[in-house]
Design a protein. Structure first.
Length: 122
């Protein structure tokens, strides 16, 4: 028998980690296409996606796909590609920081739950 322990916070953190992963994947896709003529950088509005994810958790809805958008305001090279490695490097570092933070918070939440479960045995 498998024991599943979920809390509202663990569900929220799971969605947060999913979004941080999506952000890292988008950044990696942009980086991989830096030499593709005509490629336009894609991104997501992390904060808006997070708000939607939290509403979904509160309403018991399944996670929905992330809404992607073209990144505006970037300078395109003569071949039409507008990917900037500097920008993408910063985005990747931010996504990694978000992910590490989410993992640490999720670890704390599960420890809190386990402590509550074992409190009767102490």
């Amino acid at each position: 028998m498998e024991l599943q322990i979920e809390t509202r916070l663990s569900d929220q953190l799971t969605r947060y980690l999913d979004l941080a992963t999506s952000q890292a994947k988008l950044t990696a896709a942009n980086m991989a296409n830096i030499d593709t003529p005509g490629y336009r950088a894609i991104g997501m509005d992390f904060e808006a996606e997070m708000r939607q994810a939290m509403e979904g958790v509160d309403q018991g809805k399944a996670a929905r796909p992330v809404r992607l958008k073209a990144v505006d305001g970037l300078i395109a090279r003569p071949d039409g590609n507008n990917v900037s490695m500097d920008r993408e490097g910063l985005n990747l570092a931010e996504a990694q920081l978000k992910f590490r933070t989410g993992v640490a918070l999720l670890r704390q939440e599960y420890q809190r739950v386990m402590d509550a479960i074992h409190s009767d045995t102490k």
